[in-house]
Design a protein around this ligand. Structure first.
Ligand code: SAH
Ligand code: F3S
Length: 482
């Protein structure tokens, strides 16, 4: 999802909406994709009603929750190290309870309680509404587990508590789960069947964010293009729905329309798109609305048709090129990013060259690149031998990363001399005298603050760049402000 902010700590929660009268303290940390980050905001909201305010101090927490990622083995190792840290703190503070949320909770279930004895609470991604009961169990001295996956839960009725927020951009989740079954991927097992959230609740949340001063939203789903609302229910059962439900269904392009029209001064982003599910009407909706950002995260995973097939990615390299051509035809300045996996089982040097040549064709603006990591329970984990030696995987990954850096620089260099619209998000990390914000294409832009403020749209003339950042000077306010 734009993107896995791979295996890094998202940071601890800030005390944002400290609810008066709440006396207990929750320390919540998220790893992995943006969906986890967004889920932690739902968890914080559920627990605010149970007397918990968030804290950024581990030592003073009554309850420590870690929202976990299983996507690669390294992600799980990182979480295990954090669990050791929490337990060290717990030694000093025996009243403290520790809980695991998210994909690792779902994957490892009771194992966490039985074998490792390092957690009190295990809660899967669809069971967060059960947290109040589970916490009661724990307070009464029992371990508590709920890893039941749901066919309906979308948390559409919960107003998230915005954690670690700059007050400018927010995530809004629109689907949960994934039905695609890419053979390498653990997500369909840890997050269950795909469900879409009621469009009315999505628009309501976006309107509320606008009222609170937010200027940019990212619609989140494992596969946003397959969003489909027809009164509830799973996408796979759509054909069985009544004629009326089918006729009034809302697909992703229509949802984009609804949101873009509801808040025309708000930037709309979305993530993640899947080439096999993305349709022309989505690209047309992007082209039609100025407030939908010109950026698509369109993971491909490999440039080889043979490997794509083995991954159960249901498109060919040629079809992917066709999609890229269509995007660039309708939105010439659209930025495109990718996810790529190096060293999938049986990948040959020729397959790897196909990946490099695909990248050469697209010249991606950004990329998220990984060495294949075998995940227990997935089709690839069960059926294919992880036969590309670690050294070869690493070398191929390095080649992919180096090529990506070259293309990123090519893309940022094309921006130099142009004047682009930037939404100011925060102070630059390197200099307090400069603002940082992103252009429509999602590239960070740094420029002197002058009298501009966070949350304003400004037109910035780009003067210089690195492969990841643009530098310039603000010339005027953008019409998006008015
Ligand atoms: N559709 C999801 C994909 C989640 S996983 C989304 O919204 O982003 C994110 C990325 O991790 C995938 O696109 C893939 O490139 C990578 N990934 C998934 N499983 C992997 C594995 N077993 N080994 C290495 N990389 C993997
Ligand atoms: Fe995973 Fe493929 Fe879905 S990468 S999240 S199974 S689209």
């Amino acid at each position: 999802m734009e993107k896995v902010i791979d295996e890094k700590v998202q940071g601890t929660a800030l005390v944002q909406e400290a609810k008066q009268g709440n006396s207990k303290k929750l320390f919540i940390e998220s790893y992995g994709c943006q969906m986890n980050f967004s889920d932690s905001e739902i968890v914080a909201s559920i627990l605010a009603k149970e007397g918990f305010n968030t804290t950024n101090s581990l030592e003073e927490a009554d309850l420590v929750l870690v929202n976990t990622c299983s996507i690669r083995e390294k992600a799980e190792q990182t979480v295990r190290k954090r669990l050791e840290k929490y337990n060290a703190v717990k030694q000093q503070n025996p009243g403290m309870k520790v809980g695991v949320l998210g994909c690792m909770a779902e994957r490892l279930k009771e194992k966490f309680l039985e074998e490792e004895k390092i957690v009190d609470l295990v809660v899967g991604p669809d069971a967060y509404k059960d947290l109040p009961n589970l916490i009661n169990e724990v307070e009464e001295g029992r371990n508590a587990v709920n890893v039941i996956l749901s066919k309906e839960e979308t948390y559409g009725d919960i107003a998230p508590v915005r954690l670690q927020s700059n007050g400018v951009s927010a995530f809004v989740s629109i689907t949960r789960g994934c039905d695609n079954m890419c053979t390498f991927c653990v997500v369909p097992f840890t997050r269950g069947r795909e469900r879409s959230r009621d469009p009315q609740s999505i628009v309501k949340e976006v309107n509320e964010l606008w009222e609170q001063g937010f200027k940019e939203i990212t619609l989140l789903g494992q596969n946003v293009d397959s969003y489909l609302w027809y009164g509830g229910g799973l996408k796979k059962d759509f054909d069985k729905a009544s004629k009326m439900a089918q006729a009034t269904a809302v697909n992703f392009a229509q949802l984009l329309d609804l949101v873009a029209v509801a808040q025309p001064k708000m930037r709309i982003r979305f993530s993640t798109s899947n080439p096999q599910d993305m349709t022309m009407d989505v690209i047309e909706a992007m082209a039609k609305h100025d407030n939908i950002c010109n950026y698509i995260h369109l993971p491909v995973q490999s440039g080889s048709n043979r490997i794509l097939k083995k991954m159960n990615r249901l498109h060919t390299r040629e079809e992917y090129f066709e999609m890229i051509d269509n995007i660039k035809k309708l939105i010439p300045d659209c930025a495109i990013s990718h996810d790529m996996i190096a060293g999938f089982p049986t990948e040959t040097e020729e397959d790897h060259q196909d990946t490099l040549s695909l990248m050469e064709y697209v010249k991606y603006d950004f990329g998220f690149m990984f060495a294949y990591s075998e995940r227990p329970g997935t089709m690839a984990g069960r059926k294919f031998e992880d036969d590309v030696p670690e050294k070869v995987k690493k070398r191929r990954l390095t080649e992919i990363i180096e090529l990506q850096q070259k293309h990123a620089l090519y893309r940022t260099q094309q921006q130099v001399g142009k004047t682009v619209e930037v939404l100011i998000e925060k102070s630059s990390k390197r200099s307090d005298a400069h603002w940082a914000g992103r252009n429509s294409q999602n590239t960070m832009v740094i420029f002197p603050k002058e009298n501009y403020k966070v949350g304003e749209y400004v037109m910035v003339k780009i003067e210089d760049c690195t492969s990841a950042t643009l530098f310039g000077t603000a010339v005027e306010y953008s019409p998006m402000n008015f």
